[in-house]
Ligand binder design. Structure first.
Ligand code: UDP
Length: 451
């Protein structure tokens, strides 16, 4: 009898943003190493190509009709995602239909970023298995499940009451109503609508999540009960399956600069790939950093700070001071920087990738989140894992100076570093043979091979 070969091709669909592209490609790499062929179906911008280092065997295709980058700037993230899903559905069906012809029906599964729920229509039409991939924390998913059941107007009124704000959500200690990631998300009714779309699993059979059970066991347990199926928590993917893939060129000169500094003497500062800052805040930060007398490596992307064109545009006395103690780059090889012995702390906006990367290197953090999900991560860093603290309120030079000394110089910072080292060992153990993420990845592979 003719042997039926297991299907081998996985179609991955990322959100076109660095913080989403990186982990889904790392997942692709991990599955590729386990014998699967990978096709990446991407939007029109922030594209990766097969010439990118580490992804030479991958096939990259563009979804026709998806929105251009200018629409992201015009609509903002929430409207953009809602619209992107509407506009990409037909084009993605065409992509899948062509792929099926080209690949002789050899598609084992479509794995899509949780925000790319338009993929479900194609999965349904062509009767293909689909799996959701979450690039954010389990606590964030729990929050979205909770928010998806609430009415935006009533929520706003309820939240005016301090007792409600401080109340723990559905026995989900330590998550309080005020921690639910709603701030900075634009009109709440539209954000809640997106939460409902994302929480609706349609015909997807399971969820892969870039987290580790030792970091978020109670959220993972809650989610499995809520969703009624097991999830595959296989993170942190950057250690399971590097290489990272940078959409922008990294400035490696900072590694040479770090090589010249003393152990744990440098504060690394990066606010992620999307957030915006005011020039006034940058100036206050620069003053506070200089007054703290500590060394720093600061990533300042071109563009996100209104009226700020790099270190040269700082007033002369500030620019002289910062160039004595600091080093600036527009893009750093972040994972390598965090792993460098000279780095003693990370001032971060607390994106989930940055949070995981810092934990894996045992680096304590100053948390300065911009919006919702980042604030939730900051709450975990400060109150659950106790490996950093939040800097709230306006950025002011005295506060900055105190925060930097607290992390890099004071005893309190030593305690945080100790706990960060402990967590690092647990997380690293989870991806080694016998660890929870190692086990989950193997189970995922077995599962995909039955598709
Ligand atoms: N990153 C980097 N170099 C930089 C700034 C960022 O390599 O100079 C990477 C970082 O390592 C992380 C990603 O960009 O993997 C940012 O993702 P995160 O979830 O932390 O934040 P987002 O940018 O999505 O808000």
């Amino acid at each position: 009898m003719e042997k039926i070969e297991a299907k081998r091709r996985i179609v991955l669909v990322p959100v076109p943003a660095q913080g989403h592209v990186t982990p889904i490609l790392q997942l692709g790499k991990a599955l590729n190493l386990k014998g699967f062929s990978i096709t990446v179906a991407q939007g029109q911008f922030n594209q990766v190509s097969s010439s990118s280092q580490g992804f030479s065997g991958f096939q990259f295709i563009t979804i026709p009709g998806s929105l251009p980058e200018s629409e992201f700037e015009r609509l903002g993230p929430i409207e953009f995602l809602l619209e992107f899903n509407k506009k990409s559905q037909a084009g993605f069906k065409d992509c899948i239909s062509q792929l099926l012809l080209q690949q002789g029906n050899d598609i084992a599964c479509i794995i899509y970023d949780e925000f790319m729920y338009f993929c479900e229509a194609a999965a349904k039409e062509f009767k293909l298995p689909s799996v959701i991939f979450s690039t954010t924390s389990a606590a964030n998913q729990v929050s979205r499940c909770v928010l998806s059941k609430l009415n935006a107007g009533k929520f706003l009124i309820d939240m005016e009451d301090h007792d409600v704000q401080d109340k723990v959500v559905q026995n989900l200690h330590p998550l309080r109503y005020k921690d639910l990631p709603t701030s900075g998300m634009g009109p709440l009714d539209r954000f809640f609508e997106l939460c409902r779309e994302v929480v609706n699993k349609r015909t997807a059979s399971t969820i892969i999540i870039n987290t580790v059970s030792c970091l978020e066991s109670s959220s993972l347990l809650w989610l499995e009960q809520e969703l009624g199926f097991p999830m595959y928590h296989i993170g942190p993917l950057h250690i399971t399956a590097s290489p990272p893939c940078s959409l922008l060129e990294e400035d490696r000169s900072c590694i040479e600069w770090l090589n010249k500094q003393k152990p744990r003497s440098v504060l690394y500062i990066s606010m992620g790939t999307v957030g915006h800052m005011e020039t006034k805040e940058v100036l206050e930060m620069a003053w506070g950093l200089c007054n703290s007398n500590q060394l720093f490596l600061w990533v300042i992307r071109p563009g996100p700070i209104l009226g700020f064109n790099g270190i040269e545009s700082l007033p002369e006395e500030v620019s002289k001071m910062v160039s004595e103690r600091g080093y600036f780059v527009t893009r750093a090889p972040q994972i390598e920087v965090l792993a460098h012995p000279s780095v003693g702390g990370f001032w971060s906006h607390c994106g989930w990738n940055s949070t995981l990367e810092s934990i894996v290197e045992g680096v304590p953090m100053i948390c300065r989140p911009f919006q919702g999900e980042q604030k939730l991560n900051a709450m975990y860093i400060e109150s659950v894992w106790k490996i950093g603290f939040q800097m709230e309120g306006e950025v002011e030079r005295g506060e900055v100076e105190r925060a930097v000394k607290r992390l890099i110089v004071d005893e309190e910072g030593v305690g945080m570093r100790g706990r960060a080292s402990g967590l690092k060992e647990k997380v690293k153990a989870s991806v080694r043979s016998g660890g929870s993420s190692f086990y989950a990845l193997n189970e995922l592979v077995k599962y995909l091979k039955t598709k």
